[in-house]
Design a protein around this ligand. Structure first.
Ligand SMILES: Nc1nc2c(ncn2[C@@H]2O[C@H](COP(=O)(O)OP(=O)(O)O)[C@@H](O)[C@H]2O)c(=O)[nH]1
Ligand SMILES: [Mg+2]
Length: 432
């Protein structure tokens, strides 16, 4: 394995020894604080991934761009030195995205577009939105349209997330100038869910003739499945045909998003100081309507019994070996975890349902609530052991984590926890 390793630390002692693509490239900048987040590996079967802390991605990749282009259908890897287990993030290589990429903003006017939108009205929580974003992005690839994301509820996503491999912000200024008569809006969140099942047989050239198509979506399983059956799939996105659903979601989410520096740094610091080299065991416990998120509904399949999960986690109670983190939509559950375990750690931040919040005086608090949601989902995606309950938020964290290693599901109906494979989550929870 050839290795491109990026340690990003401050203040600076920087050694740069880049001996070409087939040999070792090593950048090291040092600091007392713990900013090391990612390493870049390059293996013989392709390129490997990144997110370093504060260097511009273009600077970082100018030397390896050739590798990105000649790599296998998607690029892979991240090994994170602050964790016990191997971390690995795979992204779509830019060759796969060639048809929809815009190099220069001046070229925006030549393109047709597909937008994911969440602004006013119901979009669903962050998990639902991720589903809509994955679907819209795949439909953009299928129909040869440049993809953009408009999300400003409760505040702009760009406050906390940057585009990563595919830049979904590049044509935003141009998009704002496209008049309504050149725009079609389709809302598939509320009514008209029939669209999802029909995708495989839609002739999109006939259906979508306008320059700008705006989609409100919150489903992805039927979209992924029917895109695979569409007549244009071989030509537009052959890579998807034999790929599992968890892998598709993993690739798309990591291709689109890189957390902004604040999020990356705070997360790295949070994990480092709280785990201190111990095995990180996490659970997401999604309760549904409760005093922390009063605007939410009761969950359709019922809430998990947190007592069952705590009993299961007792096997990790040794504080010398394990650190336990519980992400949840309920302050009572958070508190319960503190009462049950000496080795639990927490973030001291307010829980907000990003779609069903009550009007409050201070908008910034709700916006920070979105930050917390993004933070906690990323956190889950880095756990050595992960246990989830039925929720899109937790399921996508598991997909972002991208591994079946030490992955457990809680099943509400049987009130049991069991070890599983990542490809089984969908059949157990049955999301759309
Ligand atoms: N901060 C925080 N918020 C959560 C957590 N679990 C759920 N939520 C909130 O509740 C919403 C749940 O909606 P969604 O993400 O669509 O997942 P689902 O409804 O459980 O499938 C999230 O978007 C968050 O706003 C959690 O562990 N931490
Ligand atoms: Mg939801």
């Amino acid at each position: 394995m050839n290795m491109h390793t990026v340690f990003q630390r401050k203040p600076l002692l920087m050694i740069l020894a880049c001996l070409g693509i087939s040999s070792l490239c090593f950048i090291y900048t040092r600091t007392d604080s713990a900013a090391t987040f990612y390493q870049i590996f390059q293996t013989s079967d392709g390129i490997k991934a990144f997110w370093e802390t504060d260097k511009n991605l273009n600077d970082l990749f100018s030397g390896t761009q050739k590798v990105l282009k000649s790599a296998s259908p998607f690029t892979r890897s991240i090994d994170n030195s602050i964790f016990q287990t191997h971390r690995d993030i795979r992204v779509l290589r830019d060759e796969t995205l060639r048809n929809i990429i815009i190099d220069d903003e001046v070229d925006c006017s030549k393109r047709q577009f597909l937008l994911y939108k969440c602004s006013r009205g119901l979009c669903g929580g962050w998990g639902d939105r991720e589903k809509g974003i994955v679907s819209s992005f795949l439909l953009a690839l299928l129909t040869n349209r440049t993809f953009a994301i408009y999300m400003d509820k409760p505040c702009e996503l760009e406050n906390f997330m940057d585009p990563f491999i595919f830049n979904w912000t590049k044509c935003k200024r141009y998009l704002d100038t496209i008049p309504a008569q050149n725009t079609t809006e389709e809302n598939h969140v509320g009514g008209n869910r029939g669209f999802y099942g029909k995708i495989s047989s839609i002739d999109f050239e006939k259906l979508w003739t306008r320059k700008k198509i705006v989609l409100f979506l919150n489903a992805y399983v039927p979209v992924m499945d029917s895109i695979k059956l569409h007549k244009d799939v071989e030509k537009q996105m052959k890579w998807i045909v034999n790929m599992t659903r968890p892998e598709i979601v993993h690739l798309v989410i990591h291709t689109l998003f890189r957390p902004k520096q604040r999020l990356r740094n705070e997360l790295a610091e949070f994990i480092r100081t709280n785990t201190n080299g111990r095995h990180l065991v996490c659970s997401h416990i999604r309760i549904g309507k409760n005093p922390s998120i009063p605007g939410d509904n009761n969950l359709p399949k019922g809430s998990p019994k947190e007592g069952t999960i705590f009993s299961f986690l007792k096997r990790f109670k040794n504080p010398r070996k394990y650190a336990i983190y519980i992400a949840t939509d309920s302050n009572d559950v958070r508190q319960g975890a503190m009462n049950n375990f000496k080795n639990v750690f927490n973030i001291n931040r307010t829980i907000v349902h990003v779609d069903r919040f009550k009007k409050v005086d201070r908008e910034t608090d709700i916006c920070e609530g979105l930050y917390t949601v993004l933070f906690e989902q990323l956190m889950l995606s880095f756990c050595d052991t992960l246990l989830i309950t039925r929720s899109n938020f937790g399921t996508i964290a598991a997909y972002m984590r991208g591994s079946s290693d030490d992955l457990y599901l809680y099943h509400t109906k049987t009130d049991k926890v069991f070890l599983t494979n990542i490809t089984n989550i969908q059949s157990v929870y049955g999301f759309v």
